[in-house]
Design a binder for this molecule. Structure first.
Ligand code: AMP
Ligand code: MG
Length: 351
C-alpha cells in the first residue's frame, strides 16, 4: 500500500483533504493525524475491522485498548453509559484538551476497540485538524499513538512515516505536536477517580476542580506484579535501541557521574549518547550530547522527549545516559515516560 502524506496548514485547513481523509476512515482505512499531544493512528472506532487494522499496523497486542476521540462533547453520551458528576466537571474544565476519561461503555462501541473491556476511554482533542477529521469521519475515531508498538510515540509526520509508511492509507502532516506526551488518563468508571497515566493535565489541576484523586501504583514504579489498570502500561514502551539509564541527583554530581560513565564506556570501545538540557549540555566532555531544551521550561522538555529518544536510534550509540526531572506538574508525565524507556534503570548519585 502506498501511504499518502498530505501537508495541512492550521491557518487555512484544506477541507478537501479533510473530506478525503474522512472518506478513507469511513471506508475502513487508516489515517494518522496530528493532535496537541502526539500523532494518532486513526480508524473508525465503531467498526471492529478498523480497530483490527490499527492493531495490525502498529504490531500492538490486541488486548491493549484504543482511545476513542470525539469532536463534540455531547457525543460522549452515545458511547459512555454512566457519566458521574465528577467526570462531567472534568469534561467542562478540560475538554477539548489532553485528558482521557474511562467510562463503562455502551453497546455502540465494539469490544475490538476496547481490547475486550466493558469500559471505553474517551478524549476530545483541542487540535483543529484532529477535530475536523473526526467530524468528517462520522464522529468517533479510535486512535492510539501513531508509532510501531514499543517505539517512542510520534510527534511529527516524519516520525509516523518512519514507523508506518506502507501500512496505512494516509498521514496528515500538521507539523510538530505542541505537548509531545500522550494524554492524562483518568478512570472515572468507579467510585474513586484514579490517574492511570500522567500527562499535561496534572493531578493538582484536576484536584482543584473535583478534590482528591488517586494515582495508580504503576505510574512511577516498575511492575510490582500488581496488574496495571491501563493494560497499555504493562508493555515495554518508548525504548530506544541502546540501553538507557537515568542518572538522578544533584546537578553537579549528575554531570560528574555521566562524564565518568562515558569515559569508562568509551575506553572499552562503546559509544555513548547523553540526554541533557540547555543548561548542562556543554558540561559533558564526551559522547553524543542531545538537549531536550531548557530545564526551566517543562513544556520544552516534554515536547522534545520522544524526538530525542528516537534520534538515538539513527546513531550507533550503545548506551544512553539521561538527566532526571522533577516530578512536579508535567514533570511526573516526563519521568513516567523516561522511566519506562529506561526499563526503570536509575543510578542515584545523591542530592
Ligand atoms: P495510546 O493511545 O497509544 O496512548 O494508548 C492508550 C492507552 O490508554 C493505553 O495505555 C491503554 O491501556 C489505555 N486505555 C485505553 N482504553 C482503556 C480502558 N478502557 N481502560 C483502561 N485503560 C485504557
Ligand atoms: Mg502508545
Amino acid at each position: 500500500m502506498e501511504t499518502q502524506i498530505k501537508k495541512l496548514d492550521y491557518e487555512a485547513v484544506d477541507m478537501d483533504i479533510i473530506e478525503e481523509a474522512g472518506r478513507v476512515l469511513k471506508e475502513g482505512g487508516l489515517v494518522a493525524f496530528p493532535t496537541e499531544t502526539v500523532y494518532g493512528l486513526g480508524g473508525d472506532a465503531l467498526n471492529p475491522a478498523s480497530s483490527e487494522k490499527i492493531y495490525a499496523a502498529k504490531g500492538r497486542p490486541s488486548d491493549n485498548p484504543l482511545i476513542v476521540h470525539i469532536a463534540a462533547k455531547d457525543d460522549v453520551y452515545r458511547i459512555a453509559k454512566e457519566i458521574p458528576k465528577k467526570a462531567e466537571r472534568l469534561m467542562e474544565t478540560f475538554w477539548p484538551g489532553p485528558l482521557t476519561l474511562i467510562f463503562s461503555k455502551t453497546d455502540l462501541v465494539p469490544l475490538k476497540t476496547t481490547g475486550g473491556l466493558s469500559t471505553v476511554a474517551v478524549r476530545m482533542p483541542s487540535d483543529k485538524i484532529a477535530q475536523e477529521l473526526i467530524r468528517a469521519a462520522g464522529g468517533f475515531v479510535a486512535a492510539p499513538s501513531a508509532n510501531a508498538s514499543g517505539r517512542p510515540s510520534t510527534t511529527t509526520a516524519a516520525h509516523v512515516a518512519e514507523d508506518l509508511n506502507g501500512r496505512i492509507e494516509m498521514i496528515l502532516d500538521g507539523g510538530q505536536a505542541v505537548i509531545g506526551l500522550e494524554s492524562t488518563i483518568v478512570d472515572v468508571s468507579e467510585e474513586k477517580p484514579v490517574i492511570l497515566r500522567p500527562g499535561a493535565i496534572t493531578k493538582a489541576m484536576m484536584e482543584a476542580v473535583i478534590g482528591p484523586l488517586e494515582v495508580d501504583q504503576a505510574v512511577l514504579q516498575a511492575d510490582s506484579g500488581i496488574k496495571p489498570k491501563a493494560p497499555g502500561m504493562k508493555y515495554r514502551h518508548y525504548a530506544p535501541r541502546a540501553e538507557l539509564t537515568i542518572v538522578e541527583g544533584e546537578t553537579e554530581r549528575v554531570i560528574a557521574e555521566v562524564n565518568r560513565l562515558t569515559s569508562q564506556a568509551e575506553l572499552t570501545g562503546k559509544r555513548v549518547g547523553i540526554i541533557a538540557t540547555d543548561e548542562t549540555a556543554k558540561r559533558y566532555e564526551k559522547g553524543l550530547v542531545r538537549s531536550l531544551g531548557a530545564r526551566s521550561c517543562e513544556e520544552e522538555i516534554s515536547r522534545h522527549l520522544f524526538e530525542v529518544l528516537r534520534s538515538f536510534d539513527e546513531t550507533d550509540v550503545d548506551y544512553i545516559y539521561s538527566e532526571s526531572f522533577e516530578t512536579a506538574a508535567i514533570g511526573q508525565a516526563i519521568m513516567n515516560r523516561l522511566l519506562k524507556a529506561a526499563g526503570y534503570r536509575v543510578i542515584e548519585v545523591g542530592k
